[in-house]
Design a protein around this ligand. Structure first.
Ligand code: ZN
Length: 350
């Protein structure tokens, strides 16, 4: 059975349980692994187990004490979680050390110095560690160098090379692997009920998800996959219908609702589909390898734009993705992106 219901990472859980049993839990960890494999969930469950006064064997929280109930509700006073806000490019400095009026009197680093409220440990989790600014990272360094006794700091990022060397060198690195198809099926069945176990689409999406749960869920969203089919059709057309593409993408993004965060999330997914297309087109140019996904295979087959155009398209799309993180106006961003796909700046890509 999976450790605390988290699929695919029992070996990591066993390592933590062994360290805990020997009283050798480290003060700082850096979790690294692809998106959607459960790193943040693992960090939260680990925090819950570390602050529980009566964990069972295998570092499993008792689930009955006040600490476990608060941890499960996300309101434990000794578990601190910061992440990058949806509309910011980086984790704001104030979430680590307080705003300019309350420097080192608020924020995660300051709270970590306080005595544990419930008497046990304190755990701080920094999600989106890929998005620590240099300034924020520097503020964290002192905490990482000398974490308060009994405190545990967990940073969660996607790739080691996206972390500053100064951060990397101060953390114990824990690598999370992509989930297997069977892991994903188990998670999807737990989410959707027993019927999902016999749904062939569930197994197909798990097989195509590349080990990420987020991706597997997307593949089961019929509206989204219908849009992906239209998007791939347009990306594969020559000449590329830039105006139609912009109109369809914006309509699809606006259908996510009036609020900005779901609109940004939806555009991010659209751009990730486009990135997938240009990467597949490049592979096809380089090695004549058709993708296994039939829609992607058809779109890249009809495309024939050459490696240089595929590289330029990939660059322009990655830039657009950065624009979402920088909180750019989405309409302008989509217009600029589609115009560049129509008339790519080939020199920029070289
Ligand atoms: Zn407990």
């Amino acid at each position: 059975m999976a450790w605390q219901g988290i699929e695919g990472h029992d070996a990591i859980a066993a390592d933590f349980a062994a360290a805990h049993a020997r009283g050798r839990v480290a003060g700082t960890y850096l979790f690294i692994g692809p998106p959607g494999v459960g790193k943040a969930s693992f960090a939260r469950k680990l925090a819950k187990a570390l602050v529980c006064p009566n964990p069972r064997a295998g570092l499993v929280p008792c689930d009955g004490c006040a600490s476990c109930i608060q941890a499960e509700a996300g309101s434990h006073p000794d578990i601190d979680v910061v992440h990058k806000p949806e509309d910011r490019a980086t984790i704001p400095l104030e979430s680590l050390i307080g705003d300019s009026d309350h420097r080192m009197r608020e924020g995660l680093c300051w709270r970590l110095l306080l005595k544990p409220t419930l008497g046990g440990r304190k755990v701080a989790i920094v999600l989106d560690a890929d998005h620590l600014s240099d300034e924020s990272a520097n503020c964290l360094l002192k905490t990482l160098e000398e974490p308060p006794p009994e405190a545990v700091v967990i940073l969660v990022g996607t790739a080691l090379e996206r972390q500053l060397a100064t951060i990397r060198s101060r953390c114990r690195i824990v690598r999370f692997r992509p989930l297997t198809g069977d892991d994903l099926v188990r998670v999807l069945v737990a989410e959707r009920g027993a019927d999902a176990a016999v749904d062939p689409r569930v197994r197909a999406s798990a097989a195509m998800a590349g080990g990420g749960l987020h991706r597997a869920r997307l593949l089961l969203d019929d509206d989204l996959m219908a849009f992906r089919g239209r998007l791939l059709g347009m990306l594969g057309s020559r000449p590329l219908p830039g105006v139609d593409l912009a109109r369809d993408v914006l309509a699809f993004v606006e259908a996510a609702g009036k609020e900005a965060p779901p609109r940004r999330a939806r555009l991010r997914t659209v751009l990730e589909f486009a990135i997938e297309f240009f990467r597949a087109a490049l592979r096809r140019e380089a090695a004549d390898q058709p993708p296994s996904d039939p829609e992607l295979a058809a779109a890249t087959a009809s495309w024939g734009g050459g490696a240089e155009r595929a590289t330029a398209g990939l660059h322009h799309t990655l830039d657009a993705l950065d624009g979402i993180d920088r909180n750019a106006n989405l309409t302008m961003l989509v217009d600029a992106w589609t115009a560049l796909l129509e008339e790519p700046r080939l020199s920029q890509a070289s």
